[in-house]
Write a protein that binds this ligand. Structure first.
Ligand SMILES: [Zn+2]
Length: 381
């Protein structure tokens, strides 16, 4: 849910736009963060939800809050991403049961909203990032200059009178979860090899049990994390114009109405077809790039669709059943599923060269037989 953000963020952005660049960041610079969902957690919480629901009902004639892409959009993105995995990934990730469970988990981060003020205030800004039209966070921090950690990101924003909680930290949510997934896969590889090379029945049983647990954790981590990739494919999750054009120069007269929830929720649920989204997801494409760069590419692609979205809305393209809006939203959902699938594959590939255990050993050396995986390596006190 994006449209629940605090009012006034846009005003702050306007003044921030006067500054062109942030400090000379040398970090990887990979991501920005989303903000729609986060706005609810700042204490406006349920009040915001109710307000949004009321506004949506009044404006659109619909009822009920919408969530990010909406439950429908999130389930499609997460589920299709799994269905489109190549056969080279472990079978436990690709079963129909895994796809079905991950699809449902794809909307979990919206379902957990309202868990409590501490929870919401910290997590909601992970769903969005407020990019200005020039592609910089709130007009002050270019995407390619994002530092490697959220702490440094927040520090840089605070120097401009902003915070990660106002600007959103979606890029960091994506990379953080992806790094966890890469680690999950690395431990799974080690557990498989550990069972193969075990010297006792007990040791083999331990590794097989550990592998089974790793599989549960991995599916859970994919399911929860996949939410962010879907958010990043929604143009209104990566823009300062996140719910109506806002108080910015508006020579084309784009709407300032709260359109966010309707487009990502009800419009998708009642007009789009899952098969239409799946058909647009091609095969995995290596990018030869870091996860940070892949994340930037996704965010920029979504940002590039912000003005087209508003132009289409102005032409009536998101009226119920309009094929132009259907084509638009279908393409964005497919972009989300494609990105999530590609990131999962990249995590799997890079997990072959990831350290595990303590003291850390590279999975490469375990799989090659150079180092034998032992219980002590993964269970020492
Ligand atoms: Zn979200």
């Amino acid at each position: 849910m994006h449209w629940v953000r605090p009012q006034g963020a846009g005003l702050r952005v306007s003044s921030a736009l006067a500054h062109s660049q942030g400090a000379p960041f040398t970090g990887i610079g990979a991501h920005a963060a989303p903000k729609h969902d986060g706005r609810m957690g700042t204490g406006r919480g349920m009040r915001a939800i109710l307000w949004v629901a009321a506004a949506a009902a009044a404006v659109m004639g619909s009822v009920g809050p919408c969530w990010a892409w909406g439950a429908t959009g999130h389930e499609w993105v997460s589920g299709i991403a799994i269905e489109k995995l190549p056969d080279s990934l472990p079978a436990f990730v690709r079963t129909p049961e895994a796809a079905a469970e991950i699809a449902v988990m794809g909307r979990e981060l919206d379902r957990s909203k309202g868990a409590g003020k501490t929870h919401d205030a910290e997590r909601d800004p992970g769903h969005y990032v407020d990019l200005a039209d020039d592609g910089s966070v709130e007009g002050v921090l270019p995407l390619d200059q994002l530092p490697e950690t959220r702490e440094a990101y927040d520090t840089a924003l605070r120097a401009k009178g902003l915070t990660q909680y106002k600007a959103g930290y979606l890029p960091y949510a994506i990379v953080d979860g992806w790094q966890q997934l890469r680690k999950d896969f690395a431990y799974w590889r080690a557990a498989v090899k550990g069972a193969e090379t075990a010297r006792t029945t007990e040791e083999r049983a331990w590794f097989e049990k550990d592998r089974a647990l790793r599989e549960k954790l991995t599916l859970r981590d994919i399911g929860i994390w996949s939410h962010y990739g879907a958010d990043a494919s929604q143009p209104l999750h990566v823009s300062v114009h996140y719910n109506g054009w806002g108080q910015y120069p508006n020579p084309n007269g784009y709407t300032t109405r709260k359109i966010h929830a309707y487009i990502e929720g009800e419009f998708v649920r009642r007009n789009l077809a899952r098969a239409g989204v799946a058909d647009l997801v091609g095969s995995y494409q290596p990018c030869g790039c870091s996860i940070e760069e892949r994340t930037r590419v996704l965010l920029r692609a979504s940002l590039a669709e912000v003005e087209p979205l508003y132009a289409l809305e102005k032409e009536g393209g998101f009226k119920f059943g309009d094929p132009r809006g259907i084509v638009f939203a279908t393409a964005r959902l497919a972009a989300g599923a494609t990105a999530v699938r590609d990131m999962i594959v990249q995590a799997w590939l890079e997990s072959a060269d990831t350290p595990v255990g303590y003291p850390m050993v590279n999975v490469r050396d375990i799989e090659s037989g150079k180092v034998r995986a032992t219980r002590e390596l993964f269970g020492a006190d």
